[in-house]
Design a protein around this ligand. Structure first.
Ligand SMILES: *Cc1c(COP(=O)(O)O)cnc(C)c1O
Length: 391
């Protein structure tokens, strides 16, 4: 089948570009042969959770971050335990342009999210908006490295220092990313990562917390074990947030190839941008000079008027081509039904604008550049026929 842009889009009765459909996302896993012996050893030993593989994963992560790391059952649990261990109270400044787990973790701790707007170019927390959101009730900033793009870490560290605030990052997307030559995982009081199947390193489920202070790490270690310090007398209320050993084996294998994963995803991101550069009305996330994104997601803002069709019409036409897309984060956190009536949102003009225009394109670490080219060819033929594609 030819992929010339003059071909009829599938939404107008043409042949879909991908049949069967392309996955939106798919974990890149080690071969079973490469983990067989280690899994067998876990089963033989009967040490199924929180054992030698978890320890080894924590050491491997600590080596990358240059400071202690604690493995947990998920990023959500890691954020909940981090907020507890760092003693966050009152209000915490957080973006609304994030996955709802960020804010859920605060609310589980009885903390009120205080939403601040994002920058229009990076889609990360805007330091000026953070300063404007400060109140005496604010105890911390919880930033997010959206789609793996490192936020304004140094600016936020300065605001935190000047106002005696704790600084935490939800770095669920950013394992393998770098800011100003330093790995994400080395900033603020804690940075929390996810190892769930859609992230850059997939362990099945899991999370990592990098901490500046080993005492905080020790409290998270106890917290993942119900808060038990070892004498069966809990000094605080924890969770069961232990990481299973088999998941730690997968995580270690993923961490072994992390630089390669980030490089591959970077090439995929560059190919999308180059290929679609000729189309008007598409805006990409800006990665600040000196930073490296993990390219966990590859996303674009669709300007309905300049592009000539709406984000949603483009998504529908791509779906017909066998190209699934997503609209993360829409609705943004402050508009989640679960939070209705709980918080006043403040000025989130940029969040609302980005959220209503965002389109996340398919990406996985072993995606071929030929597949990227086919997705882009589909976008172009949809655009060429936009007057008849319901745009
Ligand atoms: C995936 C994700 C989480 C939650 O991670 P889990 O490991 O699934 O708990 C938190 N924050 C953000 C920004 C995420 O994308």
């Amino acid at each position: 089948m030819s992929l010339r842009s003059i071909d009829k889009p599938a939404v107008c009765g043409g042949v879909p570009v991908f049949a069967p459909p392309l996955p939106f996302n798919k974990p890149t896993l080690p071969s079973f042969d490469s983990v067989r012996d280690e899994i067998e050893e876990v089963m033989r030993s009967g040490q199924l959770t929180n054992g030698l593989n978890v320890r080894a994963l924590e050491e491997q992560a600590a080596e990358i971050f240059g400071r202690p790391a604690v493995a947990v059952a998920s990023c959500t649990a890691g954020l909940m335990l981090t907020a507890k261990a760092l003693g966050l109270t009152g209000e915490v400044i957080v973006p609304s342009f994030t996955f709802f787990a960020t804010t859920h973790a605060l609310i589980w701790n009885g903390i009120k999210p205080r939403f601040a707007d994002i920058s229009v170019d990076t889609w990360n927390l805007d330091p000026a908006a953070v300063s404007a959101a400060l109140t005496p009730a604010v105890s911390a900033i919880l930033a997010v490295d959206v789609f793996g793009n490192p936020g304004e870490k140094e600016a936020l560290e300065l605001i935190a220092k000047e106002n005696s605030l704790t600084l935490v990052t939800d770095a669920a997307h950013a394992l393998g990313a770098e800011s100003a030559g330093r790995p994400v995982g080395s900033f603020g009081d804690a940075e929390v990562f996810s190892l769930s199947p859609t992230k850059t390193v997939a362990a099945g489920e899991g999370g990592l917390v990098s901490v500046a202070d080993e005492a905080v790490g020790e409290m998270i270690r106890q917290g993942r074990d119900y808060g038990n310090s070892g004498d069966y007398d809990c000094r605080f209320v924890g969770l069961n947030a232990r990481m299973p050993e088999i998941n730690a084996i997968l995580a270690r294998k993923g961490m072994d190839v992390l630089p390669d994963i980030v490089a591959r995803r970077g090439r995929i991101q560059a190919a999308y941008r180059e290929n679609l550069a000729e189309l008007p009305g598409l805006a990409w996330q800006v990665v600040k000079k000196g930073n490296t994104s993990s390219s966990k997601d590859i996303s674009v803002l669709v300007d309905e008027y300049r592009f000539g069709m709406s984000r949603d019409a483009l998504a529908r036409a791509l779906e017909a081509e066998g190209i699934p897309t997503r609209t993360y984060f829409s609705p943004p956190a402050h508009e989640q039904t679960a939070y209705k009536g709980l918080f006043s949102a403040g000025d989130l003009t940029v969040t609302d604008r980005v959220s209503s225009a965002i389109l996340n394109l398919p990406v996985f670490s072993h995606m071929g550049i030929d597949q990227v080219d086919k997705v882009c060819a589909a976008v172009k033929r949809i655009v060429a026929h936009r007057s008849s594609t319901g745009g």
